[in-house]
Ligand binder design. Structure first.
Ligand code: ASP
Length: 599
């Protein structure tokens, strides 16, 4: 029978005691990790969020009833033990923080019993993900997840601490807001009071934080949930946490400065990693040209090289026709890999096709000066030599080429570069390579929409000297936008904002909004701009991703207490779910059967 806490008070967490407490009386509480009976002695490993502590029950100290009760303990029972700290009688356990001590119990209460858990509660559990997530409350008892969430809490605290010291105010912005058509798909919430109308859950506090700047709060930050109804990828969740900020009277360098110091502080205090400042910066163009990615992993080389000039007049039509169509030919040099078996090269070709390439051309430079190649027969000896030279190829190297539109070439080689480096073990997992990527294009052409879209968002300031080309060559206009990248992932991003109504209206026009629609959608921002708006800029971190990298977690789910799975459902609570007819009626909503919706 479950006993109560009456008259009991916990004195320590399990690992808050040490050999310094020998002889002291303590009251500890937690879960039974394991019980072992050794005749006249019963040993229990007691677990709480701090770790494990060994308890010893013997009849002399705990009494006959207490000893019998201890004999009934099973895994995951919740107990309270009063006892005395003693030096361990048996062998010391070096792996345990409390491995040299134990508690000699003189009283035991069973606070609650437990069914046999569906999987063992232990470090690095091999249990299948689905089962873990269904019983997330048990999964969360595992030490690795507990460590992750403890660190996450610490990171959030450190961020707040730093921001407050720097003069930022934490201000909450609405969760029920207005749907805006730019960006990802919104999660909608039906309004009961206004049938047929919907709120949207925020994709980010973007417009509100800009309005706070208009209202004079000058430095804002918030750690807040954001929602995007997108198809999930491994490192995405439908709801995620942003550490979000906005500053007034600043330009790019000011935002970068405060964020570099923030990162340095948080990495030092949370995981004792020294971050050297200033962090390196690279323009978007350079990042794409050298790494084929706007979030390059700079922990290893294997950089891309543009060989378009070299192959311009060659006899290999795959190369020349790509160039004729305005594309490029680029390659990477996989050092020493001419020995790669044909089968494996074929797999790389398939890999490249997965990223939209039509194929992948390879040129291996044999030690004897001959070539192993898919296309050497179409080129003269001189052309091949020149090509190897522009790739800084040496005997033993394997050169891989993609020829297509720039976008595809970058994507294919960028992905291939990471894939090969991982395979070859070229990446030092203990290195933290930060990088600012700056000067993103303002606009990105969308084939699907047949129009330009904002690359960051529609409120991003163009680079001043590029703005005059907004009509003649919109694709060439750069933005005052920046991303902070760590080891090949984007930790956060932001921009200087447009604070001039005329530029903002023009930007919305370029994005395909009529003046009326722009005002209908963003009127509250455009209106605010008419009453005195300070130049402002900001940035937001994906907090989940940041913590994920700090703890080297494999999945973003390992740093979120109650995550969702790929189809955006929660296996534990079974959300989303149907609701009662009455609730739908109140909302004026009728569910159409699936066939009708598809038709
Ligand atoms: N609101 C932006 C985002 O969610 C970040 C920013 O520009 O501050 O990506």
């Amino acid at each position: 029978m479950a006993e109560s806490m009456k008259g009991l008070k916990r004195t320590h967490r399990c690992t808050e005691v040490s050999s310094a407490n020998i002889g002291e009386q303590v009251t500890v509480m937690g879960w039974v990790q394991k019980r072992r009976n050794l005749g006249s002695l019963i040993f229990v490993d007691l677990r709480d969020r701090s770790g494990l502590l060994q308890i010893v029950f013997d009849e002399n100290n705990v009494g006959k009833d207490g000893f019998e009760k201890a004999g009934t303990l099973r895994n995951e029972y919740v107990i309270a033990v009063e006892g005395k700290i003693a030096k361990r009688s048996a062998a010391i356990n070096e792996n345990l923080k409390t491995g040299d001590i134990e508690v000699i119990a003189f009283s035991l209460r069973i606070l609650s019993e437990s069914d046999t858990p569906p999987f063992p509660i232990e470090e690095n559990s091999q249990t299948k993900d689905d089962l873990r997530l269904k019983y997330r409350y048990l999964d969360l008892r595992r030490p690795d997840l507990q460590r992750n969430l403890v660190l996450r809490s610490k990171v959030a605290f450190l961020m707040r601490n730093f921001m407050v010291k720097e003069g930022f105010l934490e201000i909450e912005t609405p969760m029920l807001t207005k749907s805006t058509p730019e960006g990802a798909r919104d999660y909608l919430v039906p309004s009961r009071v206004h049938p047929g109308s919907f709120y949207a859950l925020p994709q980010s506090p973007q417009l509100f934080k800009q309005l706070l700047m208009c209202s004079g709060y000058d430095r804002y930050f918030q750690i807040t949930k954001c929602f995007r109804d997108e198809d999930l990828r491994a490192d995405r969740q439908p709801e995620f946490t942003q550490a979000d900020m906005e500053l007034s009277f600043v330009d790019v360098d000011d935002v970068i400065d405060v964020n570099e110091r923030l990162l340095q502080y948080v990495f030092k205090e949370a995981i004792s990693v020294d971050v050297k400042l200033p962090l390196p910066r690279m323009t978007w163009q350079e990042a794409m040209d050298r790494y084929g990615s706007d979030k390059p992993d700079t922990r290893f080389g294997m950089e891309l090289r543009d060989v378009s000039e070299t192959v311009k007049g060659c006899g290999f039509s795959v190369f020349t026709s790509a160039l004729e169509q305005g594309g490029s030919v680029r390659g990477i040099n996989v050092k020493g890999q001419v020995v790669m078996p044909r089968k494996k090269i074929d797999k790389l070709v398939e890999f490249a096709k997965g990223y939209g390439a039509k194929g992948l051309a390879y040129l291996g430079v044999n030690e004897d000066g001959t070539y192993k190649s898919s296309f050497a027969k179409f080129m003269t000896e001189e052309e091949l030599k020149a090509l190897v030279q522009s790739m800084q190829g040496e005997p033993g190297d394997l050169l891989l080429f993609a020829a297509d539109r720039n976008k595809i070439v970058w994507e294919v080689l960028g992905a291939l570069r990471i894939h090969l480096a991982k395979e070859a073990g070229l990446i030092d997992e203990n290195q933290y390579n930060f990088l600012w990527v700056t000067d993103f294009p303002l606009l990105e052409w969308s084939d699907e929409e047949n129009r330009y879209m904002a690359m960051h968002h529609p409120f991003t300031m163009p680079v001043e000297e590029d703005w005059e080309r907004i009509d003649s060559d919109p694709g060439s206009v750069r933005a005052k936008a920046y991303d902070i990248v760590l080891n090949g992932t984007e930790l956060g991003g932001g921009s200087v904002r447009i604070h001039q109504n005329d530029i903002q209206e023009k930007m919305l026009e370029v994005l395909g909004f009529t003046k009326e629609r722009a005002w209908e959608q963003f009127g509250f921002l455009l209106g605010a701009f008419q009453y005195g708006v300070p130049p402002h800029a900001g940035l937001a971190y994906g907090l989940d991703r940041l913590v994920m990298h700090m703890v080297h977690a494999e999945s973003i789910r390992d740093v979120i207490a109650f995550p969702k799975v790929k189809d955006a459902s929660c296996l534990m609570s079974e959300a989303p779910n149907t609701v009662e007819e009455k609730q739908l009626e109140e909302l004026g909503i009728q569910i159409r059967p699936k066939e009708e919706t598809d038709a």
